[in-house]
Design a protein around this ligand. Structure first.
Ligand SMILES: O=C(O)c1cccc(C(=O)CC[C@H]2O[C@@H](n3cnc4c(=O)[nH]cnc43)[C@H](O)[C@@H]2O)c1
Length: 249
């Protein structure tokens, strides 16, 4: 399994879920990309793939290609890290009856959607798929998403990818109007998913919520709490991944 975070602190938070010998990470390099390997079960490679969808896609594709050429392809790619959550009762909030994704909670994506891949028109935003190109959504294996939500307490829903962190109530509302199932926003998932899809490998996205999606309030970010939730979540995930059959839908 390959886990791609954006930055080293997120990678290290995931690694902490697999502590001590024999799971002490070893490090190797692939075309300048640093790969931390945890020799446990499942075998786990961790990369800090960079911030934003483009660098995350390039780094993930590099790791996937190297593994495939070595004859040891990955069975699963996971985009993981902190993210913004759409909380209930706030600008751009989750639908009535939904728990939303409060700060400190964990979200597992049942769809990974590019929120800003398209064209602005006089009638509003048009996704690239409606312009006749590419894709804007990747869907992780349903049974695996359900099992992860059960094991970790994560909420399953849509996770949006954008190149810009939302910083206004108006943008949060526009995103929720366009994506009513969105629980979280981050900057890498769709890029990681595009790389995985190019290799025919299933993908997951797991986000620990560090801040609400909405007006920018840097002081309200709870990065340490989110990193702790990420470690705890991955700790609970391991048995699920061990028993997962990559050929299940
Ligand atoms: O201080 C700011 O306003 C600011 C602007 C751009 C980027 C940042 C970051 O800290 C990097 C974002 C990093 O973390 C993920 N993340 C966390 N919360 C969100 C969010 O609300 N919306 C989008 N991404 C978020 C993201 O995946 C990046 O890796 C700060």
């Amino acid at each position: 399994m390959l886990v791609a975070t954006a930055v080293p602190v997120e990678r290290d938070a995931v690694a902490r879920a697999f502590p001590g010998p024999p799971a002490e990470p070893t490090v190797h390099r692939v075309a300048g990309l640093v790969v931390h390997r945890v020799d446990g079960s499942p075998l786990l490679d961790l990369i800090a793939a960079g911030v934003g969808p483009a660098l995350a896609a390039a780094s993930t594709a590099t790791a996937l290609t190297a593994a495939a050429l070595a004859g040891t392809p990955y069975d699963l790619v996971v985009s993981a890290g902190i993210g913004g959550g759409f909380p209930p009762g706030a600008p751009g909030s989750a639908p009535v009856g939904s728990t939303g994704a409060p700060v400190g909670s964990l979200v597992v994506a049942d769809e990974i959607t590019a929120a800003d891949l398209g064209a602005e028109t006089a009638e509003g935003f048009v996704p690239v798929t409606e312009l006749g190109f590419g894709t804007v959504t990747h869907r992780p294996p349903e049974a695996l998403v359900r099992a992860i939500a059960d094991a970790t307490g994560a909420t399953a829903g849509a996770v949006l990818t954008g190149s810009t962190v939302t910083g206004t109530a108006a943008r949060a509302e526009a995103l929720r109007a366009r994506h009513p199932r969105a629980l979280a926003e981050a900057m890498e998932g769709f890029g990681v998913a595009e790389a995985a899809a190019a290799h025919g490998v299933p993908v997951l996205e797991i986000r620990a919520v560090s801040n609400p999606v909405g007006p920018r309030d840097r002081a309200a970010w709870r990065i340490d709490d989110a990193l702790a939730a990420l470690t705890e979540g991955f700790g609970k995930l391991t048995p699920v991944l061990r028993s997962w059959n990559p050929h299940e839908p």
